[in-house]
Design a protein around this ligand. Structure first.
Ligand code: SAM
Ligand code: SF4
Length: 459
C-alpha cells in the first residue's frame, strides 16, 4: 500500500505553503493547459477558501472539461441484481446485519423485464450492481446476467454497453469477467483512510483493505482496460480522500500506462439501518463537493467523472458545469424496482434526483448539454491506452461528437414521440451547425441513416 502514504498525504494537507493564494492562482493558470497537476498542486487547490479564487477554479474546470469533452454528457442507469450481501458496511442498507431490508435476487427473467423497462425509456448503457455473495452474486450469475441483458431487444433498441460494479475479484475471475463482454469494471475504495476503513468494514471479505486497493491492478493485469475508481465521500476528511484517490490514479498510470477510465464521487446518503450513512462522520458540504470535483477535473483531465442520482437535481445542474462527464438518470436502487416501482424496504440508499430519463434529457438540452447515448468506444476497441491517446491528441471530439449526435437523434426518434421534442430537435440542429465542415458532412450522413430507420450508427 506504499502509494497511499498517510504521513505524506497528511503533511501535504498541513503544509502552510500550500495555502498561499498566489500559488493557488498560479496553479489555476497552469491547469488551463489540461496537462494534469502534481499532487502538491492538487493539495493547494483543495485549500482554496477565497470566494473569488473558488470561482476561478470552477470556471477553469469548466473550460478544461469543454476542451476535452465538449458539452456532452453520457447517460446511463444502474441495474441492481441482488441486495444480498455477506459484508457489514456500516453505511449501506444491504449490510448483513440489516434484518429489516426485503432481500431479493433477480431471476434471469426478472433481469430481462427490468432491462426491457430501461430500454423502453431509451437507455443504452447499464451499470450492473450487486451485493457481495458467494452464491447469489457468483461469477456464473454475473455472466448469465450480462448475457441476459444483451439479449433484450425491443424493436431494434437494446443495451449496448454493460458496466459492472461488484466486489473485487481475483485475476482469473477478472479474465472470466472480461470474457462476458463488459465495458468498465468499477469498484470504489470507499475510504482510503486505513483506520476508518477497518471501522466501517467490521467483518466479511470487504474488511481486507489491500485486496480492495489492488483490485484495479488485478483487473488491468487480467486485460480489463477500462476501470473505474471512487470514494464514498463523508467517511473521512475529503482532502485526504481526494488526494489519495489521485495517488491511486497516478499509481495505475505509472504501472500500466493507463489511469482509471472513470472516477466516481458518491456522497453518503441516508440508508435503512446504516449508522454511518445516517450520521456521516465527515459530511462534505456542497461547496467542498464542488471544489473537490473541480480539483479532480483539473488533476486528471482525461478521466471521466461520474455523478449519480444520489445528488439533487439543482446541484447536479451546477456540477455538470464543473467537470462531470457521465450521469445516471431515472435510477432506482433496489432489485426489481424499475418494473415494480421502488420498494423502499429494499433500496440501498435514498436518491436525491427522482426525475425520469426524459425529464433529465430535456433539462440537459435547456442547459446547453448534449445527452449522449454513445457506446461506440469499447466496441471499436478504443479502450485503455487507445482511448487515452485519442483523448490526449485532442481528437476525441471528432469521433465522440458525431456519435453523440447520431445516438441522440436515435433517442429523439424512438422515445420523444409526444410532440415535445422541439427543444431536443432545435438543440441537435444547433450542435450540427457548430461542426467543422468535413465532420458536419459525416454527421449529417449519420443523421440521415438514423432518420431512415437504421439503429446504432457510430464510428
Ligand atoms: N457490493 C459491492 C461493493 O461494495 O463494492 C458493489 C456494489 S455497492 C452496492 C456500490 C456502492 O454503493 C458502494 O461501493 C458504495 O460506495 C455505495 N454506497 C453504499 N452505501 C451508500 C450510501 N448510504 N450512500 C451512498 N452510496 C452508498
Ligand atoms: Fe454489501 Fe457493497 Fe453494501 Fe457493503 S456497500 S454492504 S459490500 S452491497
Amino acid at each position: 500500500m506504499e502509494f497511499i502514504n498517510e504521513v505524506k498525504i497528511n503533511s501535504l494537507i498541513e503544509d502552510k505553503r500550500l495555502h498561499s493564494v498566489d500559488l493557488q492562482k498560479e496553479i489555476i493558470l497552469k491547469a488551463k493547459y489540461a496537462k494534469g497537476l502534481s499532487i502538491e498542486d492538487s493539495a493547494a487547490l483543495l485549500n482554496i477558501s477565497d470566494q473569488q479564487i473558488l470561482e476561478q477554479l470552477f470556471s477553469t474546470a469548466r473550460e478544461v472539461k469543454e476542451k476535452i469533452y465538449g458539452n456532452r454528457l453520457v447517460l446511463f442507469a444502474p441495474l441492481y441484481l441482488t441486495n444480498l450481501c455477506i459484508n457489514n458496511c456500516l453505511y449501506c442498507s444491504f449490510r448483513k446485519d440489516n434484518k429489516e431490508i426485503a432481500r431479493k435476487t433477480l431471476t434471469l427473467d426478472e433481469i430481462q423485464q427490468e432491462v426491457k423497462f430501461l430500454v423502453e425509456q431509451g437507455h443504452k448503457r447499464l451499470l450492473l450492481v450487486c451485493g457481495e455473495h458467494p452464491k447469489k452474486a457468483s461469477m456464473d450469475f454475473i455472466g448469465e446476467s450480462v448475457n441476459a441483458v444483451y439479449q433484450v431487444n425491443v424493436n431494434g433498441s437494446n443495451i449496448r454497453r454493460v458496466n459492472i460494479n461488484t466486489a473485487p475479484l481475483s485475476i482469473n475471475q477478472f479474465k472470466e469477467l472480461k470474457s462476458f463482454g463488459i465495458g468498465t469494471y468499477q469498484c470504489f475504495q470507499e475510504t482510503y483512510h486505513y483506520e476508518t476503513y477497518l471501522k466501517m468494514h467490521p467483518d466479511g471479505p470487504k474488511k481486507d483493505y489491500a485486496w480492495r486497493l489492488y483490485a484495479m491492478d488485478r483487473a488491468l493485469q487480467a486485460g480489463i482496460d477500462d476501470v473505474g475508481i471512487g470514494v464514498l465521500f463523508g467517511l473521512a476528511d475529503y482532502k485526504f480522500e481526494t488526494l489519495s484517490m489521485l495517488l491511486h490514479a497516478d499509481n495505475l498510470d505509472k504501472r500500466f500506462g493507463i489511469g482509471p477510465h472513470t472516477i466516481s464521487i458518491p456522497r453518503l446518503e441516508p440508508a435503512l439501518n446504516a449508522p454511518a450513512a445516517n450520521q456521516p462522520p465527515h459530511a462534505v458540504n456542497d461547496i467542498e463537493f464542488k471544489k473537490l470535483i473541480a480539483v479532480i477535473r483539473l488533476s486528471v483531465p482525461y478521466t471521466g467523472i461520474i455523478l449519480s442520482t444520489r445528488e439533487r437535481a439543482e446541484l447536479r445542474r451546477e456540477l455538470f458545469n464543473i467537470g462531470v462527464s457521465q450521469i445516471s438518470a431515472g435510477s432506482r436502487t433496489s432489485p426489481g424496482s424499475y418494473k415494480n416501482g421502488n420498494e423502499q424496504k429494499a433500496e440501498q440508499f435514498q436518491l436525491g434526483d427522482h426525475r425520469t430519463l426524459e425529464e433529465v434529457v430535456k433539462d440537459c438540452c435547456q442547459l446547453g448539454y448534449m445527452p449522449s447515448f454513445c457506446t461506440a468506444c469499447y466496441r471499436s476497441e478504443r479502450t485503455g491506452d487507445r482511448f487515452m491517446q485519442l483523448a490526449k491528441s485532442g481528437n476525441i471530439g471528432k469521433i465522440c461528437t458525431p456519435n453523440a449526435i447520431s445516438t441522440f437523434q436515435e433517442y429523439i426518434n424512438d422515445f420523444l414521440l409526444d410532440g415535445s421534442c422541439e427543444i431536443a430537435e432545435d438543440f441537435l440542429q444547433n450542435e450540427v451547425e457548430k461542426l467543422e465542415d468535413n465532420i458536419k458532412t459525416k454527421t449529417e450522413n449519420m443523421i440521415k441513416r438514423v432518420n431512415d430507420g437504421e439503429k446504432d450508427v457510430f464510428f
